[in-house]
Design a protein around this ligand. Sequence first.
Ligand code: ZN
Length: 439
Amino acid sequence: MRLSLLTLILFCCIRLVSAQTPSSQPLTAVKCGRLLDVRSGKILTNAVVLVQDGRIQKVGANLAIPADAQVLDLGNALVLPGLIDAHTHLLQNYDGKIGGDDVNMLLTVTQLGNTRRALLGAAMGREDIEAGITTVRDLGNSGLNGDVALRDAITQGWVVGPRIVASTRALAAAGGQFGQVTAEAQQLVAQEYVTISGVEEARRAVRQALYDGADCIKVIVNTGPRVVSLEEIKVIVEEAHRVGKTVAAHAIGDQATSIAVEAGVNSIEHAYSIPDDVLKLMAKKNIFLVPTDYPAEFYVSVSPAPPGASAEMYLSGAQEFAEANHKRLARAVKAGVRIAAGSDEYYQVPGKTRGQASLMMFRAYAASGMSPLEIIRAATLNAAELLGAKSWLGALEPNFYADLIAVEGDPLTDITALEHVSFVMKEGKVIKNETNTKR
Ligand SMILES: [Zn+2]
């Protein structure tokens, strides 16, 4: 009792001190020849963003620059908010040459282990932020809380990377997403997933995730014939929402998407197939779709054609899958479902960094008929809202985090311009500056 009173007093003092701490970082004025207001869709010319202590203080066209400000001139590059990837797996990096998910998951768990995976995550995070992704929602497959360790290391400045919203281990039915393994090897499942059966186990798993440091909860609704029940997901949502955390549901097909939406999760991940009535209900309940889609060229570059399949057959299979996804995304948009961008990238893509490969998802979104502005909003405003951060992330407005990126091209006419980010600032710190202008 006495201890908790003391804690409370200390907490009040800390808050008082931090409120009175004077500004520590100098004021920076970022001159932007062009700046995209993602909310209105308008481009401001000769814009200035005033940044102090990691936040945007003021933004507008032809703002007066205070005499004591450090000036950063980005020339005629187009400046927009840092991108948000709402579905990442920074602590895994599969090699498609040695096989698919099943074999790679076993190798990752048995040969990398938690410590090396955290270091891998640091490398992947660096590649993400250098590509312009300044915030991610990392959804499991991080070993035992490696995502939390990486998140905290980035927050403390030990390593450079995107801001991370972490889920810890995903909740799933028996076996998680492992392929068939022997009874003796099944203890490995707990490295990646918390398996649940029954509502009390579901409740316990959410509370454990919160204790482990989760910012959100990930649930694998279905893997083959193993499906989490409606009652179990309802309890997961209830436990998470009670403490202001969101729930991301991996769900594919009629049954899994339907029960996840009925239970009231915050986002449906993948949904490579999903019926129209479920899409309608998603729109009504403001449940986001995170379409982890790619163009066919992504799939064929990740792994070689399987034995017996010609390159043409392999490509046409990939095209068929990509086109089916474009159609379902178009149906979702037409039904009024809001889209948050999420890459689900976890394979090595030759010639590309993790961040560059992730941004290939935008090509798939464009092929579904989404306009460039809609795609940019999916990766800024919408993703920020899904992350519960719409008041400080996803736009260049006063009090928002000073997460800025710049591109030389025009993403409003060609979305692939976002694959070539020349400038990245996160919370007022310049991470990368390759703009061909004076510094
Ligand atoms: Zn995923």
